[in-house]
Design a protein around this ligand. Structure first.
Ligand SMILES: [Zn+2]
Ligand SMILES: [Zn+2]
Length: 130
């Protein structure tokens, strides 16, 4: 299978992965909102066995206990989310993908934390928490 690829805005961080993501979701939590300065963000999760950074390593910030958010130290693009609760997985910010056809959202999470001015009328499941 041809690896799927992604990168940050400036291109200093690049990655590739194989296989199907474990899940794909839109997140409305307050932490993602602050970190991305956007009303919501979108992730897909892959096994670390199937994922590799093909560039230098991104910088890391501990946004809450056990949670690391990775970003490009040059351009600031958010790249990945990792939790000690799921040490063998990495969640990738979906808009870093080179080909947006590689992302197909399945549901929303933290729907109860969403901003009131973003109108979303899709048919996807809306989960109140993660
Ligand atoms: Zn960058
Ligand atoms: Zn979130």
């Amino acid at each position: 299978m041809t690896p799927r690829t992604g990168r940050c805005l400036c291109g200093a961080i690049t990655y590739e992965f194989t296989g199907d993501p474990l899940w794909r979701a839109h997140c409305h939590c307050a932490s993602c909102r602050k970190q991305t300065s956007s009303p919501m963000t979108s992730f897909f999760c892959v096994s670390l066995d199937n994922f590799v950074f093909t560039s230098e390593r991104p910088a890391a910030f501990n946004s809450s206990p056990g949670v690391t958010r990775k970003f490009c130290r040059q351009c600031g693009s958010p790249i990945a989310y990792q939790s000690v609760a799921r040490p063998d997985q990495i969640d990738i910010y979906a808009c870093t993908l080179d080909d947006h056809k590689d992302f197909e959202p399945e549901y929303h999470v933290f729907w109860d934390e969403r901003v009131p001015w973003l109108n979303i009328e899709d048919e996807l499941e809306k989960k109140e928490d993660g």
